[in-house]
Design a protein around this ligand. Sequence first.
Ligand code: SDX
Length: 392
Amino acid sequence: ETGFITLDPGYANTGSCLSAITYMDGEKGILRYRGIPVEQLAEKATFKETAYLLINGRLPNREQLTRFSVMLNDNSLVHEDLKTFYQNFPRASHPMGILSAMVNALRSFYPELGTLEEEITITMTRLLAKVRTMAAMSYKISRGHRVVYPRPDLTYCENFLNMMFDTPVRPYEINRAAVNALRVFWILHADHEQNCSTSAVRMVGSARVNLYAAISSGIAALWGPLHGGANQAVIEMLTTIQNEGGNYHKAIERAKDKNDPFRLMGFGHRIYKTYDPRAKIMKKMCDELLDSLQIDDPLLDIAKELEEVAVKDPYFVDHNLYPNIDFYSGIVLRAIGIPTNMFTVMFAIGRLPGWIAQWKESMDDPKWKISRPRQIYVGEREYDFVPIHARP
Ligand code: SDX
């Protein structure tokens, strides 16, 4: 639609790529997974269907979905020995550091990643099935609570919430509004073209390393506050504003001050120079979810008022700075009961199908080579070695 771009024939050497997975138009605020607008998927699809669509290129038919569901269920447990890994992390460890390490450790428990299509399929499904269990395990063990196992009678999203919040003294009651919000949250995060963490997965994967290690590198990249860590940073920013009396004007002025490293977290995007289409859906989800749960979160009011002022401010207008997905996503997670330090883990679980799809696409590309970006050398010209006694 935007005309064809010409790529250097050796595009694979530079880390750029041809991809058929996600289409984004940053000027028009368009996002489509395999051609389907994200708005329609958020309204009508399950997260499982969206994951299947991203990885396999088409929505599953009934038989394919049933087979995919059975594989996810059958692979949702983790090796019991992995519990000792969790128990030996310092209690204050960040869940993203734990998740990155644990996903990498899976290779030691499931070494059979050959070149056979079915082995790759089982590895991709195993990761999708286990990542929820591993995330919930890390939360339970960090609180000294008994680990809750996945159940065959629950959906993908229901299972995660049950593994997180079910306890012997207070069984978790499936809350439809929370399950739906989680479904939408994960669909909106499922893929986003060649962002930092996806590029890390492709780059590391291009060395033909195993999928677990490539995904582990994506988790590490996503952890950064300029990337997936922004959802946690937004809540911390809004909480600071609240604690200082709700004066969001100060945050806006600081964000404009070139001498101040402070940035308005959840605002701005490298590609979107208009409202992030995901942020629109997430903002609406906030209102629906908080209304349904009868929660009144003052941070949502602050976020809305801040947005209203910022988007009209000449600095933000001139710099094309609008809310991105992270600006409202933390409010949704808070309402569901997810602890703040797990917000980026939630992003990682959502992004996993996209990382896997992008990894698979690059592995399937016959022209794909190991990524080897080049540089422009700006250092010293050649000169001879200087012995220590002659050095200043
Ligand atoms: C995600 O790539 C993806 O698709 C990522 C993601 C995904 O789904 O994978 O969408 C997820 O990472 C969303 C972004 C989450 N991060 C944040 O919300 C952190 C706050 N945002 C910024 O740090 C920034 O906007 C980035 C990192 C998101 C994008 O930065 P760019 O494209 O590198 O832009 P830049 O840093 O070059 O800034 C351009 C100008 C600068 O001003 P000038 O020096 O040109 O005058 O805009 C200013 C910046 O100072 N600017 C901001 C700002 N973001 C950019 N000023 C104040 N507050 C901000 N948030």
